[in-house]
Design a protein around this ligand. Structure first.
Ligand SMILES: [Zn+2]
Length: 302
């Protein structure tokens, strides 16, 4: 087996505070520690995996053998309805905003199999584009979405000031360079364009109770964990202003996370969890790991 490849952090990504001034919150594994910056409150891994082609292969999305799984999903295809329910706040918002504009241009960064974009296929007024750096997931998305890029955002030549809205659902916590992404997104958006983000909420009470067992702790793929405060701060520093922010708990996410954790420890149980699709399709308030659903607007430069 190949060794994992890491990037060592030297300072807090948000405020630049040196890493040796940061507080050790948890030991994640023999290589990685979760740190908290005492200045700005950002929580992040001291070392971040950068062997992305190893992490985000087919096994990230679909596994036959649970032992092969790498911090991702069991059966990504089966959770389409559940995911679209999680992001219904964004669907509603985009549908509403797109009515005021001809040829509304939408970019979904980390679009996976294209589940969210697919909902707008019948709407001729919305131009759909997706970015998916996992070439496996991109090959699935391409079957339904006409324009999919399978490279990181910084390597794609996209027209500046042309997008009306950019989405990042469960993406920002994976990034090792969120400033670069947010700056690039800001350049791509029209003045007053929207950035819509969903990410795990580490200020949720369940993190304080469960610590390392908190459902969103994935040292392999999650590098930075946000609270509403640090998410707003990093977006504001990159030219965005907050429109709305909600903190959500759902049973669907709890079942998904808990079943994944148990099955990774006891592979035989995965057969029991596979039929839980019924619960997966439900959105019921429940003390799960919790998410932040936030809408930002590109700040007008005065
Ligand atoms: Zn900091």
């Amino acid at each position: 087996m190949k060794d994992n490849i890491y990037l060592d952090q030297k300072k807090c990504i948000l405020c630049g505070n040196p890493i040796n001034n940061c507080i050790e919150l948890l030991s994640l594994n023999e290589d990685q520690t979760l740190l908290k910056c005492p200045v700005c409150g950002l929580i992040f891994n001291n070392k971040m995996r950068i062997d992305f082609d190893v992490i985000y292969g087919k096994n990230y999305y679909e596994v036959d053998n649970v032992k092969d799984q790498c911090g991702g999903y069991f059966n990504y295809s089966s959770i389409e309805i559940g995911l679209n329910k999680d992001y219904y706040f964004a669907y509603k918002y985009i549908l509403n905003k797109s009515r005021d504009k001809k040829n509304f241009k939408l970019l979904d960064i980390g679009c996976g199999y294209g589940f969210f974009l697919k909902q707008f296929l019948a709407d001729n007024n919305i131009i759909l584009e997706g970015i998916e750096t996992s070439s496996y997931a991109a090959s699935v998305a391409e079957k339904s979405i006409p324009k999919i890029y399978d490279k990181p955002l910084g390597e794609i030549n996209l027209e500046k000031k042309s997008y009306d809205a950019v989405l990042m659902f469960e993406v920002i916590e994976h990034l090792i360079n969120p400033f670069e992404y947010l700056q690039k997104i800001n350049e791509l958006l029209i003045d007053g364009g929207y950035l819509i983000i969903s990410t795990p909420n580490i200020s949720n009470i369940t993190f304080k109770l469960l610590k390392k067992k908190w459902p969103a702790i994935h040292p392999e793929t999650h590098n930075i964990y946000y609270t509403p405060k640090t998410l707003v701060k990093i977006c504001e520093e990159n030219g965005f202003e907050l429109v709305s922010l909600q903190q959500k708990n759902t049973l669907r996410k709890s079942v998904n996370h808990i079943s994944r954790k148990i099955s990774m420890k006891i592979p035989q149980t995965s057969i029991i969890f596979k039929p839980l699709k019924v619960i997966d399709d439900m959105i019921i308030p429940f003390p799960s790991g919790g998410s932040i659903n936030a809408i930002f607007r590109k700040k007008e430069i005065i």
